[in-house]
Design a protein around this ligand. Structure first.
Ligand SMILES: *[C@@H]1O[C@H](CO)[C@@H](O)[C@H](O)[C@H]1NC(C)=O
Ligand SMILES: *[C@@H]1O[C@H](CO)[C@@H](O)[C@H](O)[C@H]1NC(C)=O
Ligand SMILES: *[C@@H]1O[C@H](CO)[C@@H](O)[C@H](O)[C@H]1NC(C)=O
Ligand SMILES: *[C@@H]1O[C@H](CO)[C@@H](O)[C@H](O)[C@H]1NC(C)=O
Ligand SMILES: *[C@@H]1O[C@H](CO)[C@@H](O)[C@H](O)[C@H]1NC(C)=O
Ligand SMILES: *[C@@H]1O[C@H](CO)[C@@H](O)[C@H](O)[C@H]1NC(C)=O
Length: 457
């Protein structure tokens, strides 16, 4: 009898200790019968555990392996024609929840890729709705899809994810992998300032509170190469991608790495988890010719869904010995055609060369309805203070979509644009515009880039 009590007490202690953990990292390989490691050596646990609710699900195997698709976690999936729920114990506070999808035929054609249509919810939040993974992958010209959300885990320390087929019996729901990783509050907590809402001529502070969930739309290592999750800082396992496909037209400026004897030094206002040193060690500037720079904007275009607020985080760090003092390189930042910053002197804001600085803005993309829209982020030299260089630069950019007042984060499925046979990935059409010495091109981005952002490899 005494030993039973002891066992109960031990179990109780174990559960309490688990829920009181301060950070969580779960990697679940859905549909797998045993734990296995991916190519980065990360171990993914099988989902044959208490985490899964419904008995009517199947552990399914993909019929084909696309060359770009890793075996773990993509070649197995949890599938069902009725709703199923994963329940996780996770540390209270903000966590990234990443969902991994490989839209393939499963179980020898029993389930075809195009029949998957489902929603994913977490408490009051709708993460995906009528999600058609195969058309989403087609539109982004990738074989697999990762979606990253940031949710607040309540104090009870439980996270539930519900996968529901949109047409029960006819369509099915599936998921290949689930990752949950704790992250400090990213916006406006404690010593850090809240983002600035660009509200025509009246910018105001915008608080992203713990009740608001958000989804990563883009995370760019500007002027550098894509970084895999293992290269990220703070144990957050984020993917950073090359920014060049997002640049408007032919005016791509110049990308460069830090001068060899420059070191990246994080100030107390920029904790290391904000972005890894690799992000601050490369940048893109407009170029060496002041006359050309004065004639154009260095512009990134990110495809977004209308009807949501977006947070844009810009990462800056001067990493060239030519720009170590004040009033060397000063520029304006425009977001969604609104002035976000006038006279930005990175050295002045960061405190010196090699010191990272970041700043957050919020814009509402309304455009009167649903559907795909373009978010423009543009840089232009500011000449008012007569700086030494008429130039502008950027090291990194992140774009996050905030849930709407109904707790929704889902947008419509993308439309697949007609592509020329044999063409792969984004298509760029050069159009010369009159009265512009740069002969800027018009980038056809649209839905093609929609998911490119989170699919590395
Ligand atoms: C599989 O991974 C889970 C979670 O990391 C762990 O608790 C479990 O012990 C592992 N199982 C085996 C057989 O290694
Ligand atoms: C997903 O989209 C594709 C392409 O538009 C379509 O053929 C397919 O029927 C859709 N699937 C469902 C279940 O609606
Ligand atoms: C770094 O190298 C540059 C030349 O590339 C030189 O001007 C500068 O003095 C060096 N700085 C340090 C701290 O070594
Ligand atoms: C740069 O962008 C701003 C904001 O959209 C616009 O007002 C300005 O005319 C643009 N400048 C050039 C040279 O394209
Ligand atoms: C921003 O300005 C560009 C031209 O400078 C234009 O093509 C684009 O539609 C504008 N976007 C918005 C939201 O007004
Ligand atoms: C996001 O959804 C939650 C839950 O419905 C709500 O409390 C919160 O206010 C929403 N956030 C925004 C920015 O609308």
């Amino acid at each position: 009898m005494a030993s039973v009590y002891l066992l109960i007490i031990l179990c109780f202690i174990a559960v309490v200790a688990d829920s009181a953990a301060t950070s969580t990292h779960i990697l679940l390989n859905c549909g797998a019968s045993s734990n296995s490691s991916d190519m980065d050596g990360r171990e993914w646990a099988s989902d044959t555990s208490h985490a899964l609710s419904s008995p009517s699900t199947s552990a399914s195997n993909a019929d084909h392996q696309d060359p770009s698709v890793q075996t773990v976690p993509y070649m197995t999936a949890r599938t069902s024609k009725s709703a199923f729920i994963y329940t996780f114990r996770a540390a209270p506070g903000r966590a990234f929840v990443r969902l991994y999808f490989y839209p393939s035929d499963y179980d020898h054609g029993t389930l075809t890729a195009s029949d998957a249509l489902f929603s994913v919810t977490a408490g009051p939040y709708t993460l995906l709705d009528n999600f058609n993974a195969s058309v989403t992958a087609q539109a982004s010209a990738t074989a697999h899809i990762t979606r990253e959300f940031a949710l607040s885990i309540p104090s009870a320390g439980v996270l539930s994810l519900t996968f529901s087929p949109s047409r029960p019996g006819a369509s099915y729901a599936f998921v290949n992998g689930i990752e949950v990783v704790s992250v400090p509050e990213l916006f406006g907590s404690g010593q850090f300032n809240s983002p600035v809402l660009l509200n025509s001529a009246r910018p105001t502070q915008y608080v992203v509170d713990a009740n608001t969930a958000f989804e990563t739309v883009a995370r760019l290592n500007v002027g550098g190469s894509s970084l895999s999750p293992g290269a990220d800082s703070g144990g957050l396992y984020r993917s950073w991608v090359d920014d060049s496909p997002y640049i408007f037209g032919a005016a791509v400026g110049v990308s460069y790495a830090k001068d060899p004897n420059m070191t990246i030094r994080y100030p107390t206002t920029v904790p290391g988890y904000v972005a890894p040193p690799e992000v601050y060690s490369t940048a893109r500037s407009m170029g060496p010719n002041a006359a050309i720079n004065l004639n154009y904007n260095l512009t990134w275009i990110v495809p977004v869904d209308a009807g949501f607020y977006y947070v844009i985080r810009l990462h800056f760090c001067e990493i060239q010995f030519a720009v170590t003092g004040l009033n060397k390189r000063v520029f304006d930042v425009f977001i969604d055609n609104q002035t976000a910053v006038r006279d930005l002197d990175v050295i002045s804001m960061s405190g010196g060369a090699g010191i990272p600085y970041y700043t957050d803005f919020v814009v509402a993309i309304s455009r009167g309805g649903e559907g795909e829209e373009e978010l423009w982020v543009a840089l232009h030299p500011n000449v008012v203070t007569r700086p030494e260089y008429y130039d502008a630069m950027l090291n990194g950019m992140e774009v996050f979509k905030l849930n709407d007042s109904a707790g929704n984060l889902a947008g419509p499925n993308p439309t697949v644009r007609a592509e020329k046979p044999g063409s792969v990935g984004p298509v760029w059409v050069g159009l010369s515009s009159s009265g512009d010495s740069m002969g800027r091109g018009l980038g056809v981005v649209g839905g093609l880039l929609c998911m490119l952002v989170l699919s590395w490899l």
